[in-house]
Design a protein around this ligand. Sequence first.
Ligand code: GDP
Ligand code: MG
Length: 441
Amino acid sequence: SLQDRLQSAFKTLRGKGKLSEADIDEVAREIRVALLDADVAVPVVRAFIGNVKERARGAEVSQALNPAQQVIKIVNEELVSILGGETRRLQFAKNPPTVIMLAGLQGAGKTTLAGKLGRWLKAQGNSPMLVAADLQRPNAVNQLQVVGGQAGVTVFAPEPGNGVGNPVQVARDAIAEAKRTLHDVVIVDTAGRLGIDAELMKQASDIRDAVNPDEVLFVIDAMIGQDAVTTAEAFAEGVDFTGVVLSKLDGDARGGAALSIRSITGRPIMFASTGEKLDDFDVFHPDRMASRILDMGDVLTLIEQAEKAFDADQAQAAAEKVAGGTFTLEDFLQQMEALAKMGSMTKLLGMMPGMGQFKDQLANFDERDMDKIKAIIRSMTPAERENPKIIDGSRRARISKGSGTQVSDVNQLVTRFFEASKMMQKMAKGGGMPGMPGMGP
Ligand code: GDP
Ligand code: MG
């Protein structure tokens, strides 16, 4: 699957200290093949890979993330970006009713979507009406009535027995009816053909011109693979939609159509259908889809937290203080707190390459340790915190009493502080940034 392929691409970067040009080429090549195999459109893949490479080359050496994580972060952000970035919400008309027209091939999922959207809008407090403007297939009107019934939403259908109805007239009549009966959203279901044809496009654009919709939603079966491109282009040309609904996303493990459609059409994906039931439907969130495609939710969370916990500015400031001999126990406490944040993530550390060396220390580092350290430091006088060298035997006894800890705990803390300062001083002198300020080697 795309998920597995991407993950094995990232594995090539495991254990690398720095990204070389060759590393970037290698991982980019693997990602490229993975996307092509997932049926992502060729020009979309090309642009995607170009962006990832450029950003990976320009990536600064990060203290918080190793190269593999940096590339994962870049790929994730680029995925979110080609999926549309922000969620695009429905646009409602200033003067109701808001008209939403559905277009797409037969079997794409339009009629099902009408029911889902109707139910969803109703749950949001709207009063939607579904319109049966698919008069092509004998059973289409009845199908919409059934779906509307399940959704608990009014359906406007042409009178039976009028011969072959005119879908444009039905759509027009429906709007008038909606105004009269105070339905604030009208969802127009239209006919589709198995393939793209001129007559179908003409009918769709005639309906569009008659009802002047606020949104034209192009419904596309996510499983159609590379055909997504030609179909989407034909509908963009023929009816000019405002947004895309991906249906049958439940059947598309590869995510190819999802990744292509936004770039190909320049229109946002607004909703996703993920099953036959009316509930299998949601607003489309590019970030959630990206993490679904990457299937690395835990790693992404870890990356985010590591970046937060490992504040580069703070580390730099600490290193400078050490170099200048002004690193105090207060600073030490801050560093420990940053580590404690990471310590609470120890269960995830196995997945974080490069963190292995700190694993044991962090595993023993829990919230209770933090409380103890805080209590000890709080029991010190400001002079002691500024200059721990003055903490002699009698001061240690006083501090341990004051903090309700053992003298050995105080000893340990002071020792850790001196070790950490020494290590950081060495690193500061060596010109390099300390890997993990506050930690013993
Ligand atoms: P239309 O011809 O565009 O109106 O398509 P329909 O709404 O009639 O749907 C065609 C078939 O696809 C029906 O059997 C639906 O139950 C099914 N379907 C629609 N949406 C989804 C979906 O999101 N997931 C799955 N698995 N099936 C769907
Ligand atoms: Mg239909």
